[in-house]
Design a protein around this ligand. Structure first.
Ligand code: SF4
Length: 1020
């Protein structure tokens, strides 16, 4: 708890109401020092108006006053535990298993709470809990403490009592019945057996009621196809760890495609084992995380993707449906199809094309392959929406046949493409209710805005996949006057009791052979599910219908969801707004991604201006008659020619802090819930200022930052060839850099010695680690303007490098041959050329944090020894000692140190979570909140390693492998990050440290880092 003690320097400051206080706060020097007046008068220099007697009088008074003030102790207002709860030990974290599904994201979680306050999300790693948290779910802990939450129910915009809300809805339902009109429940996909049962009971009681499911980001076509073949509205839950060949046609399987959460299975097959790893072909228009990870990425318009899919279908099923694939793609598509056929059950094909025929072909191809990754057992239940039913509902509302509309988990006024139609139709509905966390775009238009608790304050159950059962349990008492939608439904059904009682009674019928308490403890229960049986379907008609789809006129606009904001539910979350997009590295914006080819044609540019910020042209985008002016443009390497991309989830205006109202609402272009639209593009006026943390740079010849090789070389050549140790000169002889030491080394073999291993093959760039680091270490948000000035505070960044298959060696050669600054061989032009990435670059992600060098260059230059080396390998920062010279940052070759240019805490200039009491509830009490003028950086989560050591000590045992974690390694579900004690020779990290693929960043500098990397291997 912080002190209430007040520090003051003058009486005026103590009085607070003096104008000088205000002036002092704002200006270090309130008025100019009258030096001219003083120096111009010689008498002033020789005598003073203050006598010695006066001087002693004032000094004496000040000293006495200061002594008196020092006797007063600080006043801490705290409430003790009169009866301490058994489970809570102050200072020790408690963990609760829970699960989340917000209509878009889902995961099985462990929630860390401190003194009853949830402060961090971790993954539930219990056997059977297979869905890990993505960046957005990690950030959802902050949304619990969002100051813009709806804090009580409102009727017609005014605070109301829950009894009045209930009465009004009940009257609405009765009136609807009397007038023979409809009552409609419009919800997101629920995937909750108990809620679905409650809704079924509600409909049984009110035959004039119906349930419409609406997914803001639709998977309707994939659902329609699956339903047509298997008779069940669900999605396949793929297991990519079983595939030796993955072919994706427009599916961002490492992003949000069909709910996402596929990265851990995918990464298992990507780490070379016994000379083998999976191969991945990606045909896509926008550059995605999946395209970045693929071995072979082919930029391709969606029109061509449809033809490619038909072609692959032909090869796999020996069919001969005619296609009109562009010639340039013929060879590569045929090759992928033949390899897929050869892979047989080891192959899998997925597609994100929003066309029912395309999705039917996906089922046909995987059936024909008998793909082991494709199973109809345990299908995904997380998308059920029907585009047709939502369109029908709007028509019914317009016709006036809907009397009462009850919405939960949806925000159609923001997310519907025809939102104005919906808003107009809403006026014809007599009673409209929105159950919502926020007074969002929809809630402000409905007659009742019903405040719901956050999932961390709620009870619920989930069936993310068929047969699996998970519980959502509250980890804190509701912060506001909120009620769950289900609790209201129970009373509308005329029943007593709470949703908790209902849920518990229902759960006992689902979880056989185990107790309720066990399921609450574990968070999950794994039941059995049977496979769905396929019906005979005419796939060849689907193939010929798909092959006849005409390419759209003008540009293809491919709408997508970004890793940061997803569908936009958490747009008021500053961690997510500041999160740099893994591909473009732009934070705080959405934009149009345009290929270099098209940008050159239209005169659209990106340039880095004098202050290091990135500027981009504005474009005018016209889609289906909707004209959007001033759309910022990012020239995106790898974007397919003739296509442009734009992210959904931005441009929110309701229940948002002003700083967070950024970007353009692309849902307005999402006509027919289709991510593919035909668009016209023209150059607009002026430039947009981006907050981009990394320009589109290549390696610029620094080959030992990212190291990569091909599987063939990896399998056939000596490690020294593909993981070359840099050479340095010692006594005029070339020796391996690892054999030279500038300093005498300490004996580090005693006690714990921590290493963090990062496998470039397994890292998908998902960014979960970045947000986890934010939460664990109280990393401040600095805002768009500061990020643009290169002052972002992320302790962990995911560098994104572009390269092309043949430019890496060329870059090195070019750099070697630089001759002077100017001219053909000049380094100025030369580096510029190297920065111009290829049209279809390969992408590598590299998480970089403090490397905790054993021979740390930062430590040797700190004049006050604020940064020094710990016994366990951690490079430490004593914030109290730091005087902010920033010598350490200058001397750090990895650029991982962050300087607090401002006070980001309790400062209205930075109106993010640290500026309000509610937002500060997320702060981790084990980590200092840094003040202005100090340097901060990754600490290898020293608070976590110390807590682990203390726990083991208390329990009288040694720490077991896997117990030591950092926030990032804990969050990384792909296994890319492994943390541990290298002095424990049996530990996973110690084994990885000896691996042939292991290398250090900038080995030749001789810093001896404790962060190790593993060479990326591509199966090209
Ligand atoms: S290290 Fe892990 S969590 Fe971080 S970006 Fe890579 S895959 Fe995601």
């Amino acid at each position: 708890m912080s002190s209430n003690k007040k520090y003051w320097k003058s009486v005026e400051e103590l009085n607070e109401n003096s104008s000088i206080v205000e002036a002092l706060r704002n200006n270090e020097f309130v008025e100019a020092i009258p030096t001219d007046e003083f120096l111009g008068d010689k008498t002033n220099l020789s005598s003073s108006a203050t006598s010695r007697r006066d001087f002693l009088k004032y000094v004496g008074f000040s000293t006495a006053a200061a002594s008196l003030a020092a006797c007063e102790g600080p006043v801490h207002k705290s409430i003790p535990y009169v009866v301490q709860p058994d489970q809570i030990i102050p200072g020790v974290a408690d963990y609760y298993a829970t699960s989340v599904f917000d209509g878009f994201d889902f995961a099985n979680l462990l929630v860390k709470t401190r003194e009853g306050r949830p402060i961090k999300i971790d993954n539930n790693t219990i056997s059977g809990a297979k869905f890990a948290a993505n960046a957005r779910i990690h950030a959802s802990i902050l949304s619990l403490y969002d100051s813009m939450r709806l804090k009580q129910p409102k009727i017609a915009g005014k605070a109301a009592a829950w009894s009045d809300v209930n009465a009004k809805i009940t009257a609405g339902i009765a009136d609807a019945k009397a007038k023979a009109k409809q009552v409609v429940l419009l919800t997101n996909t629920l995937a909750s057996p108990s809620t679905e049962k409650l809704i079924a009971e509600f409909i049984a009681k009110n035959p004039n009621a119906k349930h419409v499911i609406y997914d803001a980001v639709s998977e309707s076509e994939a659902l329609d196809a699956f339903e047509a073949v298997y008779g069940e509205r669900a999605l396949v839950d793929y297991d990519f760890s079983k595939a030796s060949l993955i072919v994706s046609v427009g599916a961002d399987l490492l992003g949000d495609w069909q709910g996402g959460s596929y990265d851990s299975g995918y990464a298992k097959g990507r780490i070379p084992k016994n000379g083998k790893m999976s191969r991945h072909y990606q045909f896509e228009a926008n550059m995605t995380l999946s395209g970045a990870a693929a071995d072979k990425r082919i930029p391709m318009s969606t029109a061509n993707q449809k033809q490619a899919l038909v072609k692959i279908y032909n090869v796999i099923t020996n069919s001969a449906v005619s296609t009109s694939l562009d010639k340039e793609f013929d060879a590569v598509v045929t090759k992928a199809a033949q390899q897929l056929k050869a892979a047989g059950s080891q192959g899998v094909l997925v597609s994100g094309i929003q066309d029912t025929n395309a999705q039917l072909l996906v089922l046909a191809i995987n059936q024909a392959l008998a793909s082991a990754s494709f199973s109809t057992i345990g299908t995904r239940q997380i998308r059920k929406g029907s585009n047709a039913k939502v369109a029908q509902l709007i028509k019914e509302m317009e016709a006036g046949s809907v009397h009462t509309l009850i919405m939960s988990g949806v925000n159609p006024v923001y997310t519907l493409p025809n939102s104005t139609e919906f808003s107009a139709a809403l006026k014809k509905v007599s009673v409209s209710v929105t159950f919502s966390l926020k007074e969002d775009e929809t809630a402000v238009l409905t007659s009742i805005a019903a405040a719901v608790p956050h999932y961390l304050e709620s009870w619920n159950d989930l069936s993310i996949t068929k047969g699996a059962y998970a519980l959502t349990q509250p980890t804190i008492r509701p912060l506001f006057e909120t009620k769950q939608f289900q609790d209201v439904l129970i009373s509308l059904n005329g029943n007593a009791g709470t949703y908790y009682d209902y849920l518990r009674a229902n759960a006992t019928t689902i979880v056989a052979g185990t107790s309720w308490n066990q399921v609450v403890h574990d968070g999950i229960y794994t039941g059995a599910a049977s496979a769905a049986t396929a019906r005979p379907v005419d796939y060849s008609s689907a193939a010929s219908a798909l092959s006849k789809v005409k390419a759209s006129e003008g540009f293809e606009l491919v709408l997508y969801t970004k890793t940061g904001l997803g569908d936009g539910q958490q747009a008021n979350n500053p961690w997510l707004q500041e999160f740099p997009d893994p591909i473009t590295r732009v934070s705080w914006d959405n934009y149009l991604t345009v290929s270099r080819f098209d940008a050159d044609k239209l005169g659209l540019t990106n340039e880095i201006v004098a202050n290091g910020g990135l500027n981009g042209s504005y474009a005018t985008l016209t889609v289906n008659g909707i004209k959007l002016e001033n759309v910022p443009v990012i020239v995106q390497p790898g974007q397919a020619k003739g296509t442009v991309g734009m992210a959904l989830g931005y441009g929110r205006k309701a229940a948002m802090k002003e700083e967070m109202m950024v970007g353009i609402n692309a849902y307005s272009l999402y006509k027919g819930f289709n991510s593919l639209q035909s668009a016209q593009l023209a150059k607009g006026n002026g430039d947009h200022e981006f907050a981009c943390v990394q320009g589109q740079k290549t390696l610029m010849g620094r080959g030992d930052i990212i190291k990569e090789t091909t599987l063939e070389i990896f399998n056939t050549k000596d490690a020294k060839e593909w993981n070359e140790v840099p050479m340095v000169s010692l006594d005029h002889k070339e020796v391996e850099a690892t054999s030279v030491d500038l300093w005498t080394s300490f004996d580090r073999s005693v006690g714990h010695h921590f290493n963090l291993s990062i496998d470039l093959n397994a890292c998908t760039g998902c960014g979960a680690c970045v947000i986890a680091c934010h939460a664990e270490n109280n990393v401040p948000v600095v805002g768009k303007a500061e990020v643009r000035r290169s002052r972002d505070m992320h302790w962990l960044r995911i560098d994104r490098y572009y390269s092309s298959e043949d430019t890496f060696a060329e870059d090195n050669e070019k750099k070697e041959n630089f001759d002077g600054l100017f001219g053909d061989k000049g380094s100025l032009d030369g580096f510029g050329q190297m920065e111009k990435p290829a049209d279809n670059p390969q992408v590598s992600f590299q998480p970089v944090m403090c490397q905790h060098c054993n021979h740390a260059p930062c430590e040797t230059v700190c004049p006050v020894a604020a940064t020094s080396h710990g016994r366990q390998g951690q490079n430490q920062m004593a914030y109290n000692r730091c005087v902010g010279t920033r010598y350490c940052a200058n001397n750090c070759p990895y650029k991982v140190r962050r300087f607090n240019w401002f006070l980001y805490n309790k400062n209205s200039e930075f109106d993010y979570n640290m500026n309000d009491d509610l937002g500060r509830m997320v702060l981790n009490p084990d980590v200092n909140v840094r003040s202005r003028g100090v340097m901060e950086k990754c600490s290898m989560c020293i608070q976590m390693t110390q807590a682990t050591i203390l726990k083991a000590k208390r329990e009288g045992r040694t720490v077991v492998d896997g117990e030591f974690q950092t926030a990032c390694s804990n969050a990384c579900s792909t296994g890319a990050m492994v943390f541990g004690d290298v002095n424990d020779k049996e530990s996973h990290v110690a084994v990885l440290a000896e691996d042939d693929r292991m290398y250090h960043l900038l080995e030749h500098v001789g810093t001896k880092p404790n962060v190790i990397y593993h060479v990326k291997v591509r199966n090209t």
